[in-house]
Design a protein around this ligand. Structure first.
Ligand SMILES: [Zn+2]
Length: 822
């Protein structure tokens, strides 16, 4: 029995732990697992562009693309037409013969890869092989299609979508050769663009704006047919609205991964100069700073805007009442709004006459950008919910995120309500939550909508940090923007109000991690089965655990801030994140990133059993007596018990004369031979050995051996809580490295003072590690508390079960019949 090897261990502390490695040998053949294998072999080789520390290397470069755009919104046709002048700066060490563009609007053409590869998920494969097929065929449809899906199909049928390019020319107006490949375009340059050179080209284009509610496109218009204006009103949220140059990087060259819908946008930093011409009664908001307020805003609006810069609460620039008046406005002329933005990786805007506009200056301090305008734009449908929480959430986001990263570097931070549930762009975000309108002309909102508004504003404004400033490649690695951002939005929502329950805690990922729809976090965004848990919650929880459990806040926060600052306004990859976190924290985290980001393993540590051991004295007079005691304590067999109950007498009881030496001296009797052996053993001990043994015997401590198994596969620290007979508890954290030689099963020796008797133990009582099966964490096991519901049996379904004899007696209640009655 391998337990004996523990008995020579010397203890000096009140509670000392010593690792057993007996099970290590068991895994060197067959099912060998190396959970602590170094991550380096999965990561790209460091080079002068991005180095082994996870920093931008000494020759780091990135391209710059500047845009000057003039665009017109045709409200009647719901069409955008524009012309853009693009200045492409080639900062790479390579010569470029062509430029690739992303034409995301083409994703909505019927021949796009995305449309052609959309799959139908409505088939009920159980319906036709059911045992009661005859009944259920009538009752249960073979397939289901949502009205939403039908609406989308009808919209796609009825509308000509995608970009129409009218010209692509060079600086002198000479047409350039271009080739469209799905939602991408290659423009051939007449002369190759050498390193450190720039080139200018122009594109004239137009496209029909999508109805966001019909299609789901991260941008588009929303129609309000009931507004007091003939034809109603629209809100326009405009994004991916101009042909954008694709990214060209040191690690992938041109990023030619076509937009399929899930993988978001990977772009270059640049400066934008944008003029939008819209109906003159529209309010426009956009990435950047408004250049011509005196041309587009009234005197009063300009005054209010100045006041709001130093206001303590958001002030209305356009009040709810004014916005309501605007809703019925009819104009024929237009206004041109002019915005500029520096060093941003994208540009989005919104336009509507429905907008209420509030603003408040956020004094963030610091030398670089001490003052930021936090603003919200929303229709009356946003109501009090938006008035109370939107701009406040914008400011809260900057307060929290900047603490973890860097000062917010932009002049504005904006939240706009519209048909997009939540989507981020530099300085501007689109957020969906609304109030509910009632017949008594009141508006209410649910708790869930309140949570959603605060959470989504924090999330989308938070995206400024990841991936708008720390410019990660979200088309490839959704988690680098969603995961890092969800980690921080979790921290922010907890700091806003813990009861908000935004859901980035370890328990929130358990169902996903034990499911069979899980893929590794490192999967490309469009191939992920469940984007929410995969790209948002799991990485957020992983980082949460890394911070709270594995590294602790001090080490984690230092490393995370280091990563943010290293890659501010630059383009990191996953390896840069992994390397920085490890290098800056000083802790080997390869096992953690491997397990959480590269596998579908889950956490399930089981505390299988605990042994309590007592150190043998080696003195046969003592040890044999102890063994006799435990032999006598063994329960009597049932047959012997029944014999006694039924009055049977044993032969030896009835015939006393058959008793002999063995009846006088039981199997635990000590012989002189054994006593001599003991004396010989004592004499053979070195003085220090004798001292150690004497002390151990005197202290007579409790030796507890814990038997843990790792059922989930993911190696994690063991958070152990011990409860003793006197009611005291003690917690200890066993680092994940305990699994390094034997990732499936380990034993751990814990020694306590004699009077410190263990009564129970539990692994991860607080639910800190996303352990999917809590039942096996308790030793001894616990009764599972749950609930049981009484239910009424369902009525039979199917055509034959209808009571048509009675059902036909009912009167018809169509609107026509009802109207006649009136
Ligand atoms: Zn997001």
């Amino acid at each position: 029995m391998r337990l004996s090897r523990y008995l020579i261990v010397l203890m000096t502390f009140n509670l000392v732990t010593v690792q057993a490695n007996a099970s290590a040998i068991e895994q060197t053949k067959g099912n060998f697992q190396d959970k602590f294998r170094q991550l380096e072999e999965n990561l790209p080789t460091p080079n002068d562009y991005r180095n082994a520390a996870g920093e931008p290397g000494k020759d780091y470069w990135q391209q710059q693309v500047d845009y000057k755009i003039d665009v017109q919104l045709d409200e009647e046709k719901r069409r955008l037409s524009g012309s853009e002048i693009i200045t492409y700066h080639n900062n790479s060490p390579y010569t470029l013969k062509y430029l690739w563009f992303q034409l995301e609007q083409n994703r909505f053409k019927s021949d796009s890869v995305a449309e052609r590869t959309s799959v139908f998920k409505g088939v009920n494969t159980h319906a036709n092989n059911s045992v009661n097929a005859r009944d259920t065929d009538e009752a249960k449809a073979f397939a289901k299609i949502g009205l939403r899906q039908l609406r989308r199909q009808q919209f796609m049928n009825d509308n000509e979508l995608g970009y129409e390019l009218t010209s692509v020319t060079d600086k002198k107006g000479k047409p350039l050769k271009y080739t469209i490949v799905g939602a991408q375009m290659r423009v051939d340059l007449p002369t190759a663009l050498k390193p450190n050179q720039s080139t200018e080209l122009s594109i004239e284009y137009g496209y029909n704006i999508l109805e966001e509610d019909a299609v789901g496109a991260r941008s588009g218009y929303e129609h309000f047919p009931d507004d007091a204006r003939e034809g109603g009103n629209d809100i326009y949220l405009l994004a991916q609205w101009f042909p954008r140059v694709a990214s060209y990087s040191d690690y992938e060259a041109w990023h030619n991964k076509e937009f399929l819908g899930s993988g978001e946008f990977t772009l270059e930093f640049g400066n934008y100069d944008v003029k939008m011409t819209v109906p003159s009664d529209h309010i426009v908001t956009a990435t950047g700073t408004l250049q011509n307020p005196s041309r587009v805003l009234s005197k009063v609006q300009q005054q209010r805007l100045t006041q709001s810069e130093t206001a303590k609460k958001p002030l209305f620039i356009v009040s709810p009442k004014e916005a309501l008046n605007n809703e019925s406005s009819v104009v024929t002329n237009e206004k041109t709004w002019h915005f500029k933005a520096e060093n941003v990786r994208d540009f989005a805007w919104a336009s509507s006459r429905k907008f209420i506009w509030d603003a408040q200056g956020y004094q963030q301090g610091g030398d670089i950008n001490p003052h930021v305008m936090a603003m919200s734009f929303y229709p009356k449908e946003g109501g009090e919910l938006w008035e109370k929480y939107s701009t406040a959430s914008v400011i809260h986001t900057m307060e929290v995120y900047s603490r973890f990263t860097f000062d917010y570097p932009y002049p504005t931070a904006i939240s706009v309500n519209g048909p997009v549930g939540g989507m981020e762009y530099p300085m501007i975000s689109f957020n969906g939550p609304r109030t509910i309108w009632h017949d008594d002309e009141s508006r209410t909102y649910t708790l869930s909508e309140k949570q959603f508004l605060i959470g989504v504003v924090i999330h989308e404004v938070g995206h400024n940090y990841f991936p708008m400033i720390v410019n990660s490649d979200e088309r490839q690695w959704g988690w680098m923007d969603e995961g890092l951002n969800s980690f921080l939005d979790g921290i922010s929502t907890r700091e806003w109000d813990t009861s908000l329950d935004w859901g980035r805690e370890p328990n929130d990922i358990i169902e996903y991690m034990k499911s069979n729809v899980q893929v590794p976090i490192m999967t490309q965004a469009d191939s992920v089965l469940k984007l929410g848990p995969n790209a948002y919650v799991k990485p957020a929880v992983a980082l949460n655990i890394l911070r709270e459990v594995v590294l602790g806040r001090e080490l984690f926060d230092f490393a995370f801030r280091e990563y943010s600052q290293r890659w501010m306004n630059k383009r990191p990859t996953p390896s840069d994140f992994f390397r920085t976190m490890e290098e800056a924290s000083g802790v080997d985290l390869d096992w953690f990133f491997k397990g959480w980001f590269y596998t579908t393993d889950h956490v399930d540590i089981s505390l299988d059993r605990i042994y309590k051991l007592r150190l043998d004295t080696s003195n046969p007079d003592v040890d044999y007596e102890r063994r006799r005691q435990s032999f006598q304590d063994k329960p009597m067999s049932l047959a012997v018990k029944h014999n006694k109950r039924d009055g049977y007498k044993e032969w030896v009881e009835m015939n006393g004369d058959v008793r002999d030496y063995h009846d006088e001296n039981d199997r635990f009797s000590v012989t002189n031979k054994e006593r001599n052996k003991y004396q010989k053993k004592l004499a053979g001990l070195e003085p220090w050995e004798k001292k150690v043994l004497d002390r151990a015997l005197e202290e007579d401590k409790n030796y507890y051996v814990f038997d843990f198994s790792n059922l989930g596969g993911l190696v994690m620290p063991i958070l152990l809580e011990l409860t003793f007979e006197n009611g005291e508890t003690e917690s200890l954290m066993i680092p994940a490295e305990i699994w390094r030689r034997s990732p499936q099963q380990v034993n751990k020796l814990i020694v306590t003072d004699k009077d410190k008797v263990l009564v129970s133990a539990v692994v991860d009582r607080g639910g800190e590690t996303a352990d999917v099966d809590v039942e096996n964490n308790y030793y001894p096991r616990q009764i599972i508390q749950s609930r049981i519901e009484a239910f009424k049996s369902k009525k039979r379904k199917g055509n034959k079960h209808r009571d048509i004899m009675d059902d036909n007696k009912q009167e018809l209640k169509t609107p026509e019949v009802k109207a006649k009655k009136k």
